[in-house]
Design a protein around this ligand. Structure first.
Ligand code: SAH
Length: 476
């Protein structure tokens, strides 16, 4: 069963915490509580030698008896670490009645808080939870992180802590401060390992602080391709830009899984457009980008797929350059490439297709401007964006210009996402197949001889939906 847990780091200094049990397990918990400055009380008939030492040194208090509910009086937290299941249950239920959070060692279902596996580097702590479901996994992860995180991380945190108020005073504006931190960290600890010794690092930090805040922040816009939905298809540059951003302006097409990779405290603005939106939606996006960049913020304009493939990235870049805003473009994996790969359809193939065309045809005007004679040629692949609403017209034009009715197609809905569907058929029955399977946007149409390869080559998600055999269709 899944238990949603709220992660928190508690300040227990001077706060009473009850530990029921006096064995080796209890002793380990007591040690951690003391390290956090808690006032530990132990209730147990017998004590482990380590605990006896602590009692003698007056670092913990001890009641030498079995658990009784009054022992919880005044406690903020309780830990049940006895070797008797009935006692542990009694502690859990008495704590529940008193609204004291309780952890029962090795019993997630009785616990109202869990103790995470922890990696510590000075003030930096990484706490890992598997929701109680797989403590082994959490432990394993901890071992990996122990290797990964350098000892100097603690020194680094202490350094920043020491100069915290000076840094705040010098750089009162949060985005400005963040940028300064990034620059200093890039120099001092590019991979979170201190590159200099602590004294040198401190000198560098002070020098950087002295020079800080003299230049005014210059805003920027980065057009970032977010790919088709699978976060694994983001580029490293895209990830970096999303982590550096003050503001993220995104489309409806950008998947929640991708958005979850962005910095948590970046401001997010959804400018999702739907077909049929008023014309000025794009103007509104331009105005939003300009406003934030001019205020000195780092803006990421996050777009599904690639910004320059049917994403109006070109217009946005023109607009921003005309207004003298610093810009960058990070390409993304466009829907045609992603859908083809995830459906097992090679876009070109020595035996079937020597060229690919990316086209869109979502309005009458765009349909009329296309060169249908060229599009109907054989041995080429068409990748049609935003085509779900115009399949009927698409079929009519292609057939009229000579494309064979038996040309295979693959229609890929939600390509690369867990809910991906691939619908197969031929040009002759294209709109009917889409209707029968109730295909919704976002979907990409791949038309051409290669589309038939989805049947033998598919590897991701559900098997492709092929048309029922002609005989069965006739009988139905
Ligand atoms: N810039 C985007 C395209 C935006 S136009 C890119 O490079 O991919 C929107 C169209 O892209 C949709 O109508 C659909 O045809 C296609 N599309 C985008 N993401 C898709 C996905 N995950 N699966 C299928 N089609 C997708």
């Amino acid at each position: 069963m899944h238990t949603p847990l709220f992660p928190l780091f508690a300040d227990l200094r001077g706060r009473p915490v009850l530990v029921a049990g006096g064995g080796a397990v209890a002793a380990r918990k007591v040690e951690r509580l003391l390290a956090a400055g808690a006032r530990v009380r132990v209730i147990a008939p017998n004590l482990h030698p380590d605990l006896r030492v602590l009692v003698a040194a007056r670092r913990i208090s001890h009641r030498p008896c079995a658990f009784t509910p009054e022992a919880l009086d005044g406690a903020w937290l309780a830990i049940a670490a006895t070797d008797d299941a009935a006692t542990n249950r009694a502690v859990a239920s008495a704590a529940g009645e008193r609204r004291v959070l309780v952890n029962v060692v090795d019993d997630a279902t009785l616990s109202s808080f869990h103790l995470p596996a922890v990696v510590e580097r000075g003030d930096v702590q990484v706490a890992i939870s598997s929701g109680g479901a797989a403590p082994m996994l959490a432990r394993r992860l901890r071992e990996k992180l122990e290797v990964l995180l350098d000892e100097s991380l603690g020194t680094l945190a202490a350094l920043f802590a020491r100069h915290r108020s000076a840094i705040r005073a010098r750089l009162p504006d949060l985005p400005q401060r963040r940028r300064w931190f990034d620059a200093v960290l890039d120099r001092l600890a590019p991979d979170l390992r201190l590159t200099a010794n602590a004294a040198d690092a401190e000198r560098e930090l002070l020098a950087a602080l002295a020079g800080a805040g003299k230049t005014t922040a210059r805003g920027s816009v980065t057009l970032v391709g977010a790919g088709p939905g699978d976060p694994g298809l983001l580029t490293l540059r895209a990830l970096r830009a999303m982590n550096d951003a003050d503001v993220i302006v995104h489309d409806r097409l950008v998947s929640p899984q991708v958005l979850a990779m962005a910095r948590r405290d970046a401001q997010r603005i959804d400018v999702g457009k739907r077909v049929g939106d008023p014309i000025d939606a794009q103007d509104r996006i331009h105005a939003t980008l300009l406003e934030h960049a001019r205020a000195g913020r780092r803006v990421v304009r996050l777009k599904g797929g690639d910004p320059f493939v049917f994403g109006r990235g070109g217009e946005e870049l023109e607009f921003l350059r005309a207004h003298d805003i610093a810009c960058e473009v990070v390409p993304g994996i466009t829907a045609a490439l992603a859908c083809a790969a995830y459906a097992g359809v090679p876009l070109t193939h020595r035996e079937h297709a020597q060229s690919v065309r990316l086209i869109t045809a979502h309005t009458q005007a765009s349909l009329d401007t296309l060169d249908w004679r060229a599009l109907a040629a054989e041995r080429q692949t068409l990748a049609v964006y935003m085509g779900v609403g115009v399949l009927e017209r698409l079929r009519a034009r292609l057939l009229a210009h000579g494309r064979a009715p038996h040309t295979p197609f693959a229609l890929i809905e939600n390509g690369s996402r867990p809910e991906q569907r691939v619908i197969l058929g031929t040009l002759a029955d294209l709109p009917d197949r889409a209707r029968a399977e109730n295909v919704r946007a976002p979907a990409l149409l791949i038309l051409g001889e290669v589309a038939a390869l989805a049947e033998p080559l598919h590897w991701f998600g559900a098997a492709p939906l092929a048309a029922p055999p002609a005989r069965a269709q006739a009988a139905a």
